[in-house]
Design a binder for this molecule. Structure first.
Ligand SMILES: Nc1ncnc2c1ncn2[C@@H]1O[C@H](COP(=O)(O)OP(=O)(O)O)[C@@H](O)[C@H]1O
Ligand SMILES: [Mg+2]
Length: 98
């Protein structure tokens, strides 16, 4: 398994409201698999990827039952080790509007 996501929830806390941008998402991607995620604007695609890469704003709340990439438990991995071992080495993000 390359990526295992179970019950991912990402909540943006704004001054006016809580925005439940991702609410209970499961995702399993195998090592030999190409995966495309399609959905209408605002459905949470970018939020999913930003949450995995820890690029959501600090006011956002990221919760999951399982968040695993290869042998790494992303729920317990420190930010320092995440930056050293994973960010841009194992997982990279190419934004649409760079
Ligand atoms: N920084 C933010 N603060 C508050 N709400 C946000 C923020 N970023 C995205 N959202 C909201 O989260 C939802 C999902 O957005 P997004 O992940 O960008 O969707 P997509 O990439 O599928 O178009 C939308 O309702 C969007 O308005
Ligand atoms: Mg997007």
């Amino acid at each position: 398994m390359l990526l295992e996501v179970r019950n991912l929830r990402v909540t943006y806390r704004t001054q006016r409201a809580l925005v439940h941008a991702v609410d209970g998402m499961d995702l399993l991607i195998d090592t030999d698999e190409n995966f495309g995620l399609v959905g209408e604007s605002g459905c949470g695609k970018s939020t999913l990827v930003k949450a995995l890469l820890r690029l959501v704003p600090p006011t956002a709340l990221v919760e999951a039952d399982v968040l695993r990439f290869k042998e790494h438990d992303l729920l317990s991995l420190s930010d320092a080790r995440f930056r050293r071992d994973i960010l841009m080495r194992e997982i990279a993000l190419v934004p649409q509007s760079a």
